[in-house]
Design a protein around this ligand. Sequence first.
Ligand code: P6P
Length: 312
Amino acid sequence: MTTHSITLAHWLALHTETALASVLLDLAHASTEIAGLIRGGALTGALGSLDNVNVQGETQKRLDVLANDICKRHLAANPAIAAIASEEEDNAIVFARPDAAYLVAFDPLDGSSNIDVNVTVGTIFSILPAPATTIDDTAFLQSGHRQVAAGYVVYGPQICLLLALPGQVVQFTADPASGEFLLTHDRLSIPAGARVISANVSNQSRWPPDLAATIQQWLDSGDYNMRWVGSMVADIHRILHQGGVFLYPTQSDRPQGKLRLLYECNPIGFIIENAQGSAADTLQTTPTSLHQRVGFIAGDQEAVTTLSDHST
Ligand code: P6P
């Protein structure tokens, strides 16, 4: 077994400029704290739901709030960050730092509806350049192609940090003994041609008809397998390693889609495209609001092209 001795800090020092490295390390440190809360489960009193509803109209899990607070604490202290935007915050949190280079948008705990039943969840992050103008919510309304970096931490049987920079996607795995993120995959590329559909097919009757028909043809062919964890980071992580296509299309009862553009689809789309997959036109979309929802198809290039041609 080869030893893995390159730490996240070492790799970042070799591949990113200092301020960006500090932002990514802060996100890694926040995720290590979140992992500790998740691992303890019911023992930490961190499970269950709260009485309040967030800006998404969703009942907040206790861990949603705790994970959000952990991310805010780590990021707020970094002088390279001009502002942060979170799924759990109505508006951006702006720091009076005219020289700060970066904006960070994040979903502190994606898939949290699974947390009480011990299913894999994740933290998703997107790093954008801070504009020279006044910083407010609108500073985040940049298309996904403008991301400087993006990634996620997947809290599963292993705790892995996926990081995409332009042209490369790397994976670090947390060493159970030290908690240190060590490089385990130095260039991830989506295997092409895998016939695996990742979708909540209970929504099929509400999808765009052409898309629903195409998926039905694939299912009827007997050539495709289905995988749906209900936690996007878990499903995307599988696609990065084994191929396939993820879709959460617009629906007749959700014409805007379900998934959020800024801190779910843009970072995931950036990762997928830098791993030689496709996220259709996601990264060309200019956001119109902080919590905008979109239809999302990403993964195997050929499958995404076929489905995108049928998704209107
Ligand atoms: P459904 C989790 O709530 C999430 O935002 C994604 O992580 C996941 O892919 C999707 O929603 C699951 O949605 O409708 O199948 O529960």
